[in-house]
Design a protein around this ligand. Structure first.
Ligand code: ADP
Length: 243
């Protein structure tokens, strides 16, 4: 289970996250929706300490940390338990698909190369890239690069995968293949938090949808509750705009 308590983040004088409380159960897929600038990406980045939260607590499984006084060791532990899939893939350009997936296993988890290679190849096969192990990112489509990014996240067997608009940089015809991979992984029971504007995906795959605006969670519910019966006016307005 993942629990955020009072999570806050300011950039200078701008408070971007205002005391966020969120609980995500093991195996749950939570989609975060909200207008641009509402704090969705910052929330994910704070959970992985890519941004340092200004206050609050983050708990993942049996581990928890207080953001204001987190030690390097605690931040390292937090990052072991969560993995991020980025909008812009963030692959190493000079490494092959296989090497990109192996990297974390070798550097972070100190696996021997042969074992890391075997596991990484199996994961690339799982995301439909068995024939692309030796390709460099520049030789792959955006959809393929993002699938490498997903294999890389899976390699570390995190307790949660954080997806930050995983399909928003893709040409429309490549969105489906990436969503399909995420959908398949979700069925395996991996806990996920997904920031996306893909409403079809949210409807079909999410157990819960969270609507954020202005740095707060305005409301949350099952896809049916939130899409068909939003309680808050702000949610209604947002859904109307993107419909
Ligand atoms: P969303 O993902 O919902 O579009 P973001 O989390 O990216 O929203 O941004 C929320 C707010 O925080 C925006 O006003 C944005 O300009 C601001 N912000 C995000 N990152 C930074 C940063 N590194 N420095 C200053 N302001 C930032």
């Amino acid at each position: 289970m993942i629990k955020l308590t009072n999570l806050s983040k300011s950039f200078g004088r701008q408070q971007v996250l205002k005391s966020i409380d969120l609980t995500v159960n093991t195996g749950e897929v939570v989609v975060i929706l909200g207008p641009s600038g509402s704090g969705k990406t910052t929330l994910l980045r704070c959970m992985n300490y890519l941004e340092q939260p200004s206050g609050g607590e983050i708990a993942i499984g049996s581990f928890s940390l207080r953001c204001r006084r987190a030690s390097k060791k605690e931040i390292h532990e937090l990052r072991q338990r969560s993995a991020m899939v980025f909008q812009q893939y963030n692959l190493f350009r000079h490494k092959t698909a296989l090497e990109n997936v192996m990297e974390g296993l070798i550097v972070v988890q100190k696996w021997p190369k042969a074992k890391a290679r075997e596991k990484s190849a199996a994961l690339l096969e799982k995301v439909g890239l068995a024939g692309k192990l030796d390709a460099y990112p520049s030789q792959l489509s955006g959809g393929q690069q993002q699938r490498v990014g997903i294999a890389r996240a899976l390699a570390l067997e995190p307790e949660v995968i954080l997806f930050d608009e995983p399909t928003s940089a893709l040409d429309p015809e490549l969105v489906g293949e990436v969503l399909e991979v995420i959908r398949r992984i979700a069925k395996e029971g991996i806990t996920m938090i997904v920031v996306t504007h893909e409403m079809g995906f949210a409807r079909d795959v999410a157990n819960r949808v969270v609507f954020m605006d202005g740095g707060v969670i305005v409301e949350e519910g099952t896809p049916a509750e939130l899409f068909q019966n939003p309680r808050e006016e702000r949610t209604r307005q947002f859904l109307k705009r993107i419909a």
